[in-house]
Design a protein. Sequence first.
Length: 132
Amino acid sequence: NFKTNKVRIVADSNLEDSITKSLQRGFQDLGFRVKTRPESGSSSLKVTIVETKFSMFANTSGFHQQMKAGFRAAVKIGSQKYTQTYRDVQKVSQKVPFGRFLNERLINLAISQSLQKIFSDPKLLNILANQS
């Protein structure tokens, strides 16, 4: 019988800043012009972090880790509004304890996959592409 360990993970840098930069690069790569400070009343896209949760536990079958990441994107262009939540869960199990780099890869993969869902949402991209 093993018990679950609670671990607090602290990012090396500001997670919000890193995600903002990733979003800006991603939308620029898709051909969008990104404004960091939109004018009042103009079209806007706001992405917020709704979940980042890392958990791990051990039992007789081995060591198990799970990372959940979730973001909510809300776009407003004139009278058009669209809100969607994008989530990803990454799980890994193995017989021996995990190392630091595997943990970082698991966290980065969950965040990256959640962001990729934003960049591939056809409805969101259509609204952004058809703004006047």
